[in-house]
Design a protein around this ligand. Structure first.
Ligand code: PLP
Length: 651
């Protein structure tokens, strides 16, 4: 691996120039970017929405234009052309695999709505997929209601998964009546009787699929989507029972598809190989029993290489898109040839791999919390009245300054600090004396850490010390809203400055968000070793400093919770356009949540809040604490705050 990302040894000199190639290397952009991201000569991070080096948009340009439109941070930037390009890339990978293997049927992709339910995202995917007859996969009534309206092309598919009540099934049948290609996937045995009853009542012959519960089990955080104890899917005997019941009810001819889904972010290609073969057996054997099957739906799971390691790490993958398509096509083909049945139409439901790349979260880092404050230590002669232990600490420091070995001084300092703590607890050391010792300790260990920085062979203790001492950059966003998987399942996301990449970063830092939650921090960053504890960043000066969090288009957008009541972030939708300044235009601006909106969502009645606060203000006036004019100002400020953006704003 070429990636030197975030290697703590590569401490750089402040202000030294950095070339685009060095920046790309340092942050591993080539490894996770799939050709969609780069760095230009001015040190700006660029997006190539169609993976074409000739067509670049600078992210800082987008941010600056959004700011002129009055949008504050955090800002979600969506590259709509990139979304389009992903749909085509997946389609073309399967088309190539089909051509290479002379597979005797076609491929169709459907987008699982739960991965990003935002209307603009789904509409763009539907437009991109129209020439290929792709469509949507839905898992709930609400998603189906949206899909029935959004799917304008009658050639497109709508695949219905998830638990289904009567209303869900009725709605799906209704969709079929108005000309949609709806396939209802049986996920639970009791759905069979429901479908039989409702199809009879409505006099419709539905198009049905069965989700099989494969024995091939995946690893990783979503492993429970397959295997004996999976929540969804029919076991072998249930599949046979369903087939029998459908035949008895004269719906045998409706059985059209076998479906499976072994989980999301499958990092090892081997699992797809086994699953495709196992599902193809179900398909072939059921055909032999008389089922008129035509399709095999291989579900989702196609991974995203978030850390760029090309490995079986949870945040990575050991295969390419082309390899994935080839594995699916070839294995289904081999089994079908062996069983002497027709090749099925292959359907896949790739969510993550379709949408992860198109969305970048831009946050502003506005404060650098240095663990060691910089100030000058007192001189020894100023400490004449201090106890021996203070003098001992300062003379250790002197030994260090006189050239003693860092690790030796470090050990001695640890010991003396421990001793001073005991004296303090016994009441034998004053607060001031303790403060002198602490200051001297931190000053000196920071210098020791800095000295070892360049040293590849530094002791493990020093390495730990360096990580402890790395600064914290405070960023204007909420991890619980915008990056839930980082907190919930330790998912790594590439994070890099989107400008100043022509300048060597001279700090190593972790990130904290603005929620009051102590878990609201990021302390693991991508590297060729899977994850490291600090990120190389620039000094924050007078000018704003922007960081991009990449690959956030899948799941993060939609799962955010209302932790600390921050709510949705501002959003811009960017289209490339050679004739516009900067090569792009902003088509859509979405404002993030206001304070009154998030309060309403959590059962507050805004009028009631205003009334109660006003009561408080009136009382203060009566008690003479506030003048009438002041009371008016207080009330209007309160009202203005209610209508404002939930995140930190300048005004
Ligand atoms: C979640 C889900 C998907 C999407 O999986 P990805 O790994 O994001 O591609 C596909 N199909 C079903 C049935 C799902 O539940």
């Amino acid at each position: 691996m070429s990636q030197k990302v975030i290697s703590l040894t590569a401490r750089q000199q402040a202000g030294q120039p950095m070339t685009p190639v060095e920046a790309i290397d340092l942050y591993g952009i080539r490894d996770w970017g799939l050709g969609y991201f780069s760095v230009n000569e001015t040190g700006a991070l660029t997006c190539r929405p169609e993976a074409d080096p000739q067509d670049e948009i600078s992210l800082v340009d987008v941010v600056e234009r959004a700011q002129r439109l009055g949008l504050n941070f955090p800002l979600q930037v969506r590259f709509q052309n990139l979304l389009h390009h992903r749909v085509e890339a997946i389609q073309s990978a399967f088309a190539q695999a089909i051509q290479k293997t002379a597979y005797q049927n076609s491929y169709r992709g459907v987008f699982p709505a739960k991965v990003n339910q935002l209307k603009e995202v789904i509409e763009e995917i539907l437009i991109a997929g129209q020439p290929y007859g792709s469509g949507l996969e839905v898992g709930s009534k609400a998603e189906l209601v949206a899909a029935l309206a959004l799917n304008e092309s009658s050639a497109s598919l709508i695949i219905c998964n998830g638990y289904k009540d009567d209303e869900y099934i009725r709605l799906a049948l209704l969709g079929q009546q108005v000309g949609h290609h709806v396939k209802i996937v049986i996920e639970k045995v009791d759905e069979v009787e429901r479908i039989i009853r409702l199809a009879e009542a409505l006099q419709i012959k539905p198009v049905l699929g069965i989700r099989v519960r494969l024995a091939s089990k995946a690893s990783g955080p979503w492993a429970n989507s397959s295997g004996d104890l999976a929540k969804f899917g029919l076991s072998v005997s249930e599949v046979l029972h369903a087939w029998q019941r459908l035949s008895e009810a004269d719906l045998g001819t409706c059985l059209n598809m076998i479906h499976f889904h072994i989980g999301s972010q499958i990092s090892d290609i081997q699992f797809f190989q086994r699953a495709a073969r196992e599902a193809a057996r179900y398909y072939a054997q059921l055909i032999k029993l008389g089922a008129p099957l035509e399709c095999l739906d291989v579900g989702g799971g196609l991974a995203v290489d978030y850390d760029g390691c090309a490995s079986t790490h949870a945040s990575s993958m050991n295969y390419s898109l082309d390899e994935y398509a080839m594995t699916i096509v070839q294995n289904i083909q081999q089994v079908c040839n062996q069983e002497q049945v027709n090749h099925p139409m292959i359907i896949s439901e790739s969510g993550r791999a379709t949408v992860a790349h198109h969305s970048v979260l831009v946050v502003e880092a506005f404060a650098n919390v240095e663990k060691v404050r910089s100030f000058t230590l007192p001189q020894l002669q100023q400490l004449d009245d201090e106890p021996q232990v203070v003098h001992d600490t300062f003379s250790l420091r002197q030994q260090w300054l006189d050239g003693a070995e860092g690790i030796v001084v470090y050990h001695a300092l640890l010991e003396i600090r421990e001793a001073s703590q005991q004296l303090f607890e016994l009441g034998q050391l004053s607060l001031t004396s303790k403060a002198h010792i602490e200051d001297c300790f931190w000053h000196t260990v920071a210098e020791i850490a800095a000295k070892y920085h360049q040293d590849e062979d530094r002791p493990a203790e020093i390495k730990q010390l360096i990580e402890q001492l790395s600064a914290q950059y405070v960023c204007n966003f909420s991890i619980f809203q915008s990056l839930l998987d980082n907190w919930a399942i330790d998912q790594l996301f590439p994070i890099i400055p989107i400008h100043r990449l022509n300048e060597q970063p001279n700090h190593e830092a972790t990130l904290v968000d603005i929620t009051c939650d102590s878990e609201g921090k990021i302390e693991s960053f991508i590297s060729d070793r899977g994850g490291v504890g600090a990120l190389p960043l620039h000094e924050i000066g007078e000018a704003p400093y922007y960081l991009g969090v990449f690959l956030t288009g899948a799941y993060q957008d939609i799962m955010g919770d209302h932790h600390n009541l921050f709510g949705r972030v501002n959003e811009v939708h960017v289209y490339k356009d050679a004739s516009s300044p900067g090569g792009f235009y902003i088509e859509e601006v979405m404002h993030g949540s206001t304070i009154d909106e998030v309060l309403k969502d959590t059962q507050y009645d805004i009028k009631d809040l205003v009334r109660r606060f006003k009561f408080r203000v009136d009382q203060a006036v009566q008690e003479g604490q506030l003048g009438a004019n002041q009371a008016y100002d207080v009330m209007s400020r309160y009202r203005k705050a209610l209508a404002g953006y939930t995140y930190l704003t300048d005004s």
